[in-house]
Design a protein around this ligand. Sequence first.
Ligand code: F6R
Length: 355
Amino acid sequence: DKGTYPFYMLKEIDEQPIVIRHLIEKYLDNEGGVHVGQAILNDLKAADRLYIVAAGTSYHAGLVGKRLFEQWAGVPTEVHLSSEFAYEQPLLSEKPFFIFLTQSGETADSREVLQNVNAQGFKSLTLTNVEKSTLWREATYALPLLAGPEIAVASTKAYVAQVALQAILAYAIADRATLGFDLEQDLSKIAVGIQGIVDDKETLQQVANQYLVESRNAFFIGRGVDSTVSLEAALKLKEISYVQAEGFAAGELKHGTLALIEDGTPVIALITQAKTAGLVRGNLAETQARGSRAYTIVTQSLAKEGDDFILPDVNELLSPLLSVVPTQLLAYYTSLGRGLDVDRPRNLAKSVTVQ
Ligand code: F6R
């Protein structure tokens, strides 16, 4: 039931702080403990390489997961589109472990990969929002995303849950002493941060109306983990507002895409990584010199005068949990402003059960 909400998508965006709190309650305690089951942890630790397999938004969550597993836990991690992996399996390491990310648990492409993986005798873990779904049942292990039913075709809270649960797993197998932070505290801060963003939705509605509703196209740029959020931001905007959008690593602009920048083209930059903030600003300035209308989404400590949307400071690798939210709201309000059916975009189904 969407209650007083005009569309499920807005309700589901608003639920994201609660989703984070549910994950904290179920999987973490305030003594640094992680409760996902010892067998899963043993297999994760025994693996010499992780293979994350997913489609669409879940794939984008996996791109964040790769950074978490590599940078926190030191485990080499590959992320693959299930529709590609299914028919072109890459060379595998000696002790691979598979992680399937799927909101519905029914995506046919991902299931095809899981069946191949099972046939080869490899172990797997499905992270899904639907308990007892096909990918839940067919994997060696499964953990619930606890996001609650996601009705809108465009996925929002499932992405946030997938990123957070991967962070919990990476944290569980990492060397805590060298990490030097408490994930429970960091995720709690993030729940508060997301609440602040969703409470500021009118700002994003104005931005959508001003920058995107009448635009033919739009670009999202960022570096590192911000480049992956850019992909997700572009997908969401395309999917529900039909504005042609592209997201990519900011350094790639000058290798081709810059040619598309015209007077008034919206370019939205995500800036949450200290190491590359200056470079992204440089890339954005190059688009402005060609007439782009720039909009910045920046974390507090990296913000400069003239920046547009400020996010609270959090653990840098967890910043997608915050930065994705304004982009979800931009997509939502662009679709709304264009008078479209936000929850049921044309040509799409919630659960993709064909290959
Ligand atoms: C986009 C979206 C899709 C799904 C994709 C995978 O908003 O919802 O891209 O993420 O179809 O679906 P699941 O996660 O159910 O396997």
